[in-house]
Design a protein around this ligand. Structure first.
Ligand code: NAP
Length: 303
């Protein structure tokens, strides 16, 4: 039987990659587990703002390059369960079981769906989840973006480059997005804001042709981008690990879950701040806590 890993990180978004980098710097034998592609949701963003610059893919690729040089073991598998086996933890996956002395859950989150008729049926036929990837297909067309948070405004701004009109549809009277995004959006003449309205159906046969609001009014469009928040990727997390009502994992101040030796960080964690800098910081903090749990002295993370 192979030696257990010191740290097994589930998820390779910015949080998981940052956690793995810290564990490797601490000299711990570290593996990551990811089902498909590394990088997570950030790879859908072409131009990061705030404390990072460049594209999300570049950021993720840079982190992956660093952990590869440091000797990470990348496991391509879908995590299905976490169990305790004496002193060790066992992560069960579709590609077999992997033993570790500690586990960091950094499985992130996925975009929520509106859950209205027509949305699922017209997925990839006008219903999109990535403005940067699909924006060019909507050159000169009318698109609807749903939501009033940072994601909706950020992605609406991206779509102004391509669409004739970007209709930003928000159920509330006020955006909750950061003010700089509200200001930037206001600088685009091809944006129409619709407040206090909710979509009850996506219409179209082979492709999106309109959305219908509660009350019956229709708005013509060929693209729909819903950015109405995130839901955690925590389906594989066992009952023994406490979660909040939204399914996000609860942790103590050291980011340890209710299962000793299992830590959680980033968008899957209850109380996550939401910014990229939080993802990085939480990943590193969870790795430092895992090192302490293993009785190892963490390296200085500030370099
Ligand atoms: P969010 O902040 O949770 O905002 C979700 C928005 O969708 C809210 O305006 C909400 O309306 C609306 N909404 C929720 N459910 C809805 C429904 N069923 N129908 C219609 N509208 C609905 O989500 P997010 O914008 O995806 O952001 C997630 C996290 O990532 C946040 O922490 C955010 O700060 C962060 N983020 C940061 C950046 C950046 O720094 N550039 C970019 C993207 C995301 P109400 O306002 O009425 O509740």
């Amino acid at each position: 039987m192979p030696e257990p890993y010191d740290v097994l990180v589930i998820g390779t978004g910015v949080t998981g990659l940052s956690a793995a980098r810290q564990s490797l710097r601490d000299g711990l034998v570290t593996a990551t587990m990811e089902s498909l592609f590394f990088g997570g949701l950030v790879t859908n963003i072409n131009e990061l703002d705030g404390e990072f610059s460049g594209s999300g893919s570049d950021l993720a690729a840079g982190l992956m390059m660093q952990i590869t040089k440091l000797g990470v073991k990348n496991l391509s598998a879908v995590a299905q369960a976490i169990e305790r086996d004496g002193e060790l933890l066992v992560v069960k996956s579709d590609a077999g079981s992997h033993r570790a002395r500690s586990v960091i859950i950094a499985s992130g989150a996925r975009l929520k769906r509106l859950g209205v008729p027509g949305e699922a049926e017209l997925e990839e036929k006008g219903v999109s989840r990535c403005a940067d990837c699909d924006g060019p297909f909507y050159q000169g067309q009318d698109v609807v973006v749903v939501g009033g948070g940072d994601s909706a405004l950020q992605e609406a701004i991206v779509l102004t480059e391509f669409a004739r009109t970007v209709h930003l549809v928000h159920r509330g009277a006020k955006f909750r997005a950061q003010q700089h995004l509200v200001d930037r959006l206001g600088g685009h003449s091809n944006v129409e804001v619709h407040l206090n309205v909710q979509i009850e159906a996506v219409l179209g046969d082979k492709a999106v042709r309109a959305v219908r609001f509660r009350g019956g009014a229709e708005l013509s469009c060929t693209g729909l981008f819903a950015y109405i928040g995130l839901e955690p990727e925590s389906g594989f997390v066992p009952e023994a690990i406490r979660r909040d009502a939204a399914g996000c994992i609860e942790t103590d101040s050291s980011l340890q879950t209710s299962m000793p030796g299992v830590f959680a960080a980033g968008a899957v964690r209850s109380g996550y701040g939401g910014l990229l800098s939080h993802a990085t910081a939480e990943g590193m903090a969870a790795a430092i806590s895992a090192a302490e749990y293993l009785g190892r002295q963490p390296a200085n993370p500030v370099r």
